[in-house]
Every structure is written in C-alpha cells, then in structure tokens.
Ligand binder design. Structure first.
Ligand code: PHE
Length: 444
C-alpha cells in the first residue's frame, strides 16, 4: 500500500458546500423512510425523546471525534488511523468502516431504487391506477425491475462520485439539499391542513414512557447512528477535505440539528396523513411505500404530489450514498494508488453484486434474508462498535494537543466547550455505547 501525500488532497471550496455535504450525508432515507416507521413501531413520542437525547450526548461528540481524526489525518479512514497512531491494531477500525460502508451502500441502494421506480410510476400514472398497494409493492420487489432500479441508482451515484470532491460531491449536495428542504417544507404545510393533523402531531410529540424497553432503546440508538452517518468513517472522510479554518463543533451541531429537524419534519408530514385516512402508524418499513401512495391517491393532484415526494426521497438517498461511496473510493485510490475513476468503479462493482443479492432477497432468493442481515449487521452492530473505537482513538490514543488544536482550531474557537466535549468523547460516549449494546444483546 502506498502512503498518500497530504499536500495533494483537495478541500471543499465553500462553507456552504461543507454543511451541504455533511448534512446531505446525514439526511437521507434514514430520516424520511426509517425514522417515521421506527417511531411508529416504538410508540412515537417516547422514541423521539430518546433519539434526541442520543443525538445530543452521543451523536455530536462522535461527529466531533470523526471530524478531528479526519482533518488531522488528512487521509481516508484507513490512512488517518494509520498516520495518527503507531500501533498496527488501529488499522482494524478502518476495515470495520469500509465493510460497514459497502454493506450499507448495498442495501440502501435497493431502497433508493424503490424511490426511483415509485417516482417513475407516479409520473406515468401506474401508481394511481393500482388499487392494492401491498400487492403492488410485493410485485415490484420480487421482480427483475427491483434489481434493474438498484443498478440504475448505483450508476447515477457512480457518475457523481467519479467527478470528485468539489465538482461531484460538493456541487451536487449544494443543489440537492436546498431542493429537498423546499419540497419537504411545502409537504409539511400541506399535511398540517389535513383533518387528522392534531392526532398525528400528538402521536409524534406526546411521549408515553411506558413504551420504553430495551428494544426501544437499542432501536433509538441504532437510528441515531444510522441517521447521523457516524461510526463508519463517513464524517471522518469528509473532514479530511475540510479547510483548517472550518469550525468543527459548529459544523457538527449544524449537521446534527438539520438531520434531527428533517426527521421531525418527516414525522410532521407523514403522521397527520396517516391519522386522517385511518391508516396505522405501525406499518413498518412499508409505511412510505404502501400507506403513503394509498393516501396520495385520495388527495387532489395525486400524481404530482406522489412524484414530488418520491423525487425528494431520491435526492435524500443520493446525497447520502455519495458519502458512503467516498469512504472506499478514497481508501482504494489513496492506499493502492488507483485513479479516482478506477476506485469508483471498484466500489460500484462490489455494491452491484451485494446490492443485487439484497434486491433478490425479496424475490428469487427469498429464503436468504440478505437485505435484513446487511441492514441489521451494519447499522445495529458495526456502527455503534465503530463509534466506540473512534471515541477511544480520539479521546485516548491520539496526542492530546492535536485533539485540542483540532476541536478549537488552535485555541481560537469553542474553547469554552472543549472540556465538556472531550469528557463526552473520552467517557460518556464509549461507556454509554458499550452499556447500551450490552443491554441490547442481553449481556447485562
Ligand atoms: N445517514 C443516512 C440516512 O439517514 C444513511 C447513512 C448511513 C449515510 C451511513 C452514510 C453513512 O439515510
């Protein structure tokens, strides 16, 4: 493996580009598809409260730790760990991140493919003609079209990542993120005018603490990590493209804040509609693909609304997948000296194989649950475990002075919060994560 040269690395061009890219990575299907059904299954308000708590006390410190390691290491995940410690064992954390990113990208592209199919079907009227959404979804998932859309999505993703950090990732995120916000806000305003708005909002914001058990706690933790794109080196890789003047704590807080805001807005969009039309909030992963299209069909301008909604989901997916791809693209190109194009092709090729397996697990390979396994193993295990290692590395292994200089930009910003932040990185986050994982797996 070759040692990457730090000077040759590019950086994000603008401050807006940085926040569009990091928030773009965080905001994705996790907010609009996963959060509402997880909250619906786990009692609404109580889940949301736990989720927000985890974002604040575990999420923000882990993002800051990733940012600090990435900007100091100025390399891909593997290279940064390698450069900042002389103990070989730490390279292992790099491999965890690369494996997690490839696994998430594979199953995520399947769902992103569903959003493309639903967008096309909304425009052509195929969705409004369907009377049985459950049957419609099942038929699509089990057919070859599901694999074809997964491949199509991965190709679009490839075309953006191949263009590089500034022209591909930064430029596209800066266009797609504002568009996503405008569409989401318009939907929320519309949803709040529906007759079931009060009931929906009540469900989302009124916590029922009797619903909290170990499953809800683990679910909220996994959701927080997945949604913030942390624990696998995504934020670390992006931070390696930050300028020295980028304010780490401010960017971490803005990323977490925007991500949580979008998750809440997605709930505000979905639950009033669900209650207005007497659907159940506990539908699970198909909430967005079966219940919502049914609801759109009963509203005026249903084709337009539904097309806009699935287009928004597609944009959200794409800003996230480009960040997942960047982890291994940077790894292959910097550690093995490959061209960006080649490393992008390699990343895409691996995910095409895994993605096809995940897509086929809804059809021809129905007896092998690839999709569920990839989803569970990467989000609920690899991410929190990766998060623990990242915090230990930032808090205990790298030079204290380097960490301080990174978190405070050489003592010029955020000095007041530095001690609290380091305390969270060294103790609160790793211990909290270990305890939650242990409880979740029934070890204690
Ligand atoms: N945070 C993204 C979402 O909410 C998913 C993601 C996970 C992206 C891990 C990058 C890395 O959809």
């Amino acid at each position: 493996m070759s040692d990457p040269k730090p000077q040759s690395r590019i950086s994000f061009a603008t401050r807006f580009g940085v926040i569009a890219a990091t928030a773009g990575s965080a905001v994705g299907l996790g907010n609009i598809w996963r959060f509402p059904y997880e909250a619906g299954n786990h009692g609404g308000g109580a889940f949301m409260l736990l989720y927000i708590m985890f974002v604040l006390i575990l999420g923000i410190p882990v993002i800051c730790a990733e940012f600090a390691i990435g900007r100091q290491g100025r390399s891909n995940i593997f290279g940064s760990f390698d450069r900042l410690s002389n103990r070989k064992g730490w390279k292992f954390t790099g491999y965890i991140g690369i494996l997690a990113s490839l696994m998430i990208l594979s199953f995520y592209s399947v769902v992103a493919g569903w959003t493309m199919e639903y967008f096309v079907q909304s425009l052509t009227g195929g969705l409004s003609a369907a009377s049985d959404m459950h049957g419609r979804f099942g038929e699509f998932c089990s057919g070859w079209r599901c694999v074809a859309y997964t491949v199509a999505f991965l190709v679009i993703n490839f075309l953006i990542v191949r263009k590089g950090v500034r022209k591909g990732i930064e430029r596209m995120s800066s266009i797609m993120m504002p568009a996503l916000f405008v569409i989401l806000l318009a939907f929320c305003i519309y949803s709040l005018t529906l007759p079931g708005a009060r009931q929906g909002i009540d469900f989302l914001f009124n916590p029922d603490f009797s619903k909290i058990d170990s499953k809800v706690v683990i679910g909220a933790l996994g959701q927080a990590f997945f949604s913030l794109s942390i624990g696998l080196g995504c934020m670390l890789t992006y931070a390696s493209y930050f300028k020295d003047s980028t304010n780490i704590l401010k960017n971490a807080s803005m990323t977490a804040g925007l991500d949580t805001l979008v998750a809440i807005l997605a709930g505000v969009l979905i639950f009033p509609a669900v209650f207005t039309f007497g659907a159940s909030p506990q539908e699970g992963p198909t909430l967005v693909f079966e219940v919502l299209p049914d609801i759109f069909n009963r509203l005026p301008a249903s084709r337009l609304l539904s097309a806009l909604f699935f287009f928004m989901l597609f944009l959200a997916s794409l800003t996230s997948t480009i960040s997942m791809s960047e982890i291994s693209t940077a790894f292959f190109s910097e550690q093995f000296g490959m061209s960006r194009r080649r490393s992008c092709i390699l990343t895409t090729a691996i995910c095409l194989v895994f993605g096809a397996l995940c897509a086929l697990s809804f059809g021809a390979l129905g007896n092998i649950p690839f999709f569920d396994f990839f989803n569970y193993f990467s989000s609920d295990i690899l991410l929190p475990v990766g998060g623990i290692f990242i915090c230990i590395f930032a808090g205990w292994i790298i030079d204290r002075k380097l960490l301080r200089n990174q978190l405070t930009n050489n003592g010029t910003t955020c000095v007041k919060f530095y001690k609290v932040l380091v305390f969270c990185i060294r103790y609160v986050a790793p211990v909290g994560l270990a305890v939650i994982l242990a409880v979740g797996f029934g070890i204690i």
